[in-house]
Design a protein around this ligand. Sequence first.
Ligand code: NDP
Ligand code: HSE
Length: 431
Amino acid sequence: MKDKINVGIIGFGTVGTGTAKILLENGDVLKKRTGIDFVLKRIADLDIKRDRGIKVPEGVLTTDAASVINDPDIDVVVELMGGIRPAKDFIIQAIKNKKHVVTANKALLATEGNEIFAEARKNGVEIGFEASVAGGIPIIKVLREGLVANNIVAVYGIINGTSNYILTKMTDEKVEFSDALKEAQRLGYAESDPTFDIEGIDTAHKLTILSSLAYGIPLSYNEVYKEGITKITAQDIEFASELGYKIKLLAITKFSNGEIEMRVHPTMIPNEYLISKVDGVFNAVYVEGDAVGATMYYGRGAGDMPTGSAVVADIVDIAHCDKWQKAKGRGYVSSSYKIKKMEDIESMYYFRFSAMDQPGVLSKISGILGNYNISIASVIQKGRRLGGSVPLVVLTHTAKERDVLNAIKEIDALPVVSDKTLFIRVEGKEE
Ligand code: NDP
Ligand code: HSE
């Protein structure tokens, strides 16, 4: 084991700054705990003039990423610039130069990770990616190490800080969607393209990584069903609250009947569930193992220091082993697995129909639901608008997604229905 590790960072933005700060300010505690000196040898960024709020030693900053990747003294290259290219090229080159790599770049890993991990295996180096999922929560370590003895039954996660922040502001403070998003951007939580956050893409990137670890499957981003939070209105949040639920953007992966589910969508969760109390930028991941049962992990899912904490943990792990043990890595990849089609999943559902306020409408809608074996658990209709449309809210018992899609198609074609039906999947116990 080396007693000094030279670190080079590419990307001196939110996470790069947090990582540099921790390496510079907590170097003592790292040395006491590990006996290793972690030296911040170089930081590359396109802009090295901007004040980042920390004092970096002379000669560390450069605009040339190649001078990090090709420096023979650098042991670990930390990619924190984001995006696919040139980040991928930088990482592949660093691997070919026999450097370990740490990255927070879930978009890159979810979409190009199979190639990157294969290249790392070929060159005998490791890829640390703790920061890529759930910011400061060490969930990668949990799945690879802490719960290694378990068959994973299910993982449910709130793993996008920005969308959780927006939904919380809309729920608690009645803040408009766009204002909450602007605030999340100002606080450095949002991706450079915030549609990644609000359309469920970032959550799907992270879920791809979690599913891969939980079930030993290749990174399969294209197989993840994704739906974001942009269709959720203040009205739905209020109806959900009246029914005893919160709306959260949930990432779900589970193994049932020989098939793996991978889906991201807004979900109604009963108020009394622990995960529905996870608010603001906080993330939480619930993992159920066949041996351990239910476990849950909670913490800040974004931001400079929480994410920097995860990045530095990876650097320390790498320093501890000249070669990370293969058991810790993504060595196990199953050759036969089946991803469940979204139409085959089963769930309870919330429907908001835009129904004309006239006699017989409810029976028309409930008749169609009945024809598709969708059984109603409760109904809310508020207000009267004779001759106009009112929201008609229906909560169902467990139904098949395929039946739900077909029923909605028929219902939306009724002349007494004035707008497209909104539906949200519901978790919890059947009433
Ligand atoms: P930022 O945009 O704040 O920082 C990225 C930095 O990289 C910018 O300063 C950018 O410069 C610089 N950069 C871009 N291209 C190059 C290049 N070719 N060479 C050198 N520097 C370059 O992003 P974040 O810190 O927020 O995110 C970084 C990564 O971490 C992303 O993959 C993100 O998904 C991930 N992540 C972010 C979290 C967060 O809370 N922000 C949490 C977890 C993961 P310029 O601005 O001039 O373009
Ligand atoms: N944009 C991401 C989020 C950053 O809001 O969760 C952390 O991965």
